[in-house]
Ligand binder design. Structure first.
Ligand code: FES
Length: 163
């Protein structure tokens, strides 16, 4: 049966299994490995990871449901995560989210038809002093305004087109 995990992911998970005296403590790191390989927490890959870790799959499911930063289904090339927690909320995050929904033509949890963007709301991204904040893939975008969000979308569309 074909593996859902790449050789390098398997190697990394085995490495994590060895360095954590309590294997449960490595679950978050293992979720990171699955997420970076698949772009989301692909179920079969998580099951394989749990088998390598010799831990019950339910432990992984529970951890995954707690960490909203890990998507549980395929996302766009650019996965936009808008912070919806207090500091961002009082500085206009909700209106930016509405704007993004309108510009992209998708709801929260959706992916644009061309697969370029997906949209999610997440809890505090840990950068409350520069609210409102969103994270796109690995990058943070801070002190957002409507004009800045439009610029970012234009920029990313152009990046998607040219490679
Ligand atoms: S409340 Fe948005 S980054 Fe903390």
């Amino acid at each position: 049966m074909a593996s859902h995990l790449s050789d390098s992911s398997i190697k990394e998970i085995k490495r994590l299994r060895e360095i954590y005296p309590n294997r449960r403590s490595a679950i978050l790191m293992v979720l990171h490995v699955v997420n970076s390989q698949c772009g989301y927490l692909e179920k079969e890959a998580m099951k394989e990871a749990s088998a390598i870790m010799e831990l019950p799959y339910i432990d992984f499911e529970q951890a995954a449901s707690f960490y909203t930063l890990f998507p549980d289904k395929p996302v766009g090339k650019f996965h936009i995560q808008v912070c919806r927690t207090l500091a961002c909320q009082v500085r206009g995050a909700e209106s930016l989210t509405e704007m993004l929904k309108e510009r992209l033509g998708i709801e929260i949890g959706g992916v644009t038809k061309d697969g370029i963007f997906s949209l999610a709301e997440v809890e505090c991204l840990g950068s409350c002093g520069t609210a409102p904040v969103m994270q796109i893939n690995e990058d943070y975008y801070e002190n957002l305004t409507r004009a800045r969000v439009d610029e970012i979308l234009t920029d990313l569309r152009s990046k998607a087109k040219h490679g």
